[in-house]
Design a protein. Structure first.
Length: 365
């Protein structure tokens, strides 16, 4: 009860403050709320939710008043508990904001950032609906042939690519405002490293909050190992416990594929036959591979090496996602590959499937 009273007091203070020029007013409606229920305004510091204000519902309506602060990340208006939880994203910028809250369908409008994000969300939802429809058909239609399944996968991947292109374009268009900052923070890890870094360089300093620190650190590391740069050496142990350096292998081959993988990674296991085939085809022409495992269990790592017919050198520090080598190369998803020439220059990254053999055919003529 004391906590609620404190929130209510904060709301009174905000009401007084908004009499000053430059304040915001959020006029909200919420489906299914009872008179006397509380709606909370929160923001996130990392994974920690911080409550900054509250409002009481009356006749299905509520209101927040306040002044924009130095926390440029959007706020989340939340209502309910685990049984009925509704939330909405709102940019608390100067002006009158209209907020309609309903489960799975909340929308803020009335100011520049909120209108821009509403337009983005509508288009993004269309992509999501298309992908959901395809995934549902793939999962539930037992009459599909293998050809039809392959066609659905291709269609899904095409929509996913279009969706990511759209997210990137909207981030770029809005990079100097709060919408672009939020989209970059939320999606920057999924963008091409050099493209994401270019956006980070354009981002105004006022948006460089602590929540952006993880992305910036990732990009700073990843930019050191983009195509054209020299590879970074590191030391780990083989499955037999011998300490080896990455450079021990790179200097022996015309081209070396650094393959980040793990025994527990389904996509890695699916991709491994392509890697095995490329190794068989080009190993006598100066091609080598070094596997860098993000495993934690040494026995599972060793078993997977045998089961997947991996015959090239392996190394790991058995730290899973805390793998030091993965950090150096900005690896946040596996499988991931880095192709290095004998002089140590990175010539390609993230080759998958037939791309490995195709690139090696080009290089090892």
């Amino acid at each position: 009860m004391k906590k609620v009273l404190l929130f209510a007091a904060a709301g009174v203070m905000a009401l007084a403050a908004c009499q000053e020029k430059g304040g915001y007013t959020i006029n909200g409606t919420i489906a299914g709320a009872k008179d006397g229920d509380y709606v909370y305004m929160r923001y996130y510091e990392g994974k920690e939710a911080v409550t900054v204000d509250s409002a009481i519902v009356k006749n299905g309506k509520f209101e927040f008043k306040g002044m924009p602060d130095s926390i440029y990340a959007p706020k989340f208006i939340t209502y309910g508990d685990d049984m009925q939880y509704i939330n909405a994203l709102v940019f608390t910028e100067e002006g009158n904001i209209t907020l309609q809250m309903a489960e799975g369908n909340s929308k803020a409008s009335g100011t520049a950032a909120n209108d821009a994000f509403a337009a983005f969300s509508e288009k993004y939802a269309d992509y999501e609906n298309q992908m959901t429809a395809i995934a549902t058909t793939y999962r539930t239609d037992s009459t599909l042939t293998d050809v039809q399944k392959d066609s659905l996968v291709e269609a899904y991947d095409k929509i996913m690519d279009d969706c990511m292109d759209y997210i990137y374009s909207q981030t770029e268009v809005n990079i100097e405002n709060a919408v672009g900052a939020y989209l970059l923070q939320s999606n920057g890890f999924s963008f091409d490293v050099e493209q994401a870094n270019a956006l980070m360089q354009k981002l105004p300093q006022k948006f460089m909050s602590s929540s952006m620190a993880g992305l910036k650190e990732y990009l700073d590391n990843a930019m050191k190992t983009v195509v054209g740069n020299k590879y970074i050496d590191f030391t780990m142990n083989t499955p037999e416990g011998e300490t080896v350096k990455l450079s021990d292998f790179v200097t022996k081959n015309k081209y070396t594929l650094i393959d980040f993988w793990a025994s527990w990674c389904g996509p890695c296991r699916q991709e491994m036959p392509n890697v095995v085939e490329a190794y068989k085809q080009f190993k006598n022409k100066g091609f080598g591979i070094v596997g860098v495992s993000l495993d934690k269990d040494a026995e599972q790592w060793k078993k997977a090496i045998k089961d997947l017919n991996i015959t090239w050198p392996q190394m790991s520090d058995l730290k899973a996602w805390q793998c030091e080598g993965a950090k150096l190369y900005g690896v946040r998803a596996i499988p991931a590959t880095v192709l290095v020439d004998q002089e140590g220059t990175i010539v390609a990254r993230n080759l998958r499937g037939d791309e490995i053999a195709s690139k090696l055919s080009e290089l090892l003529k």
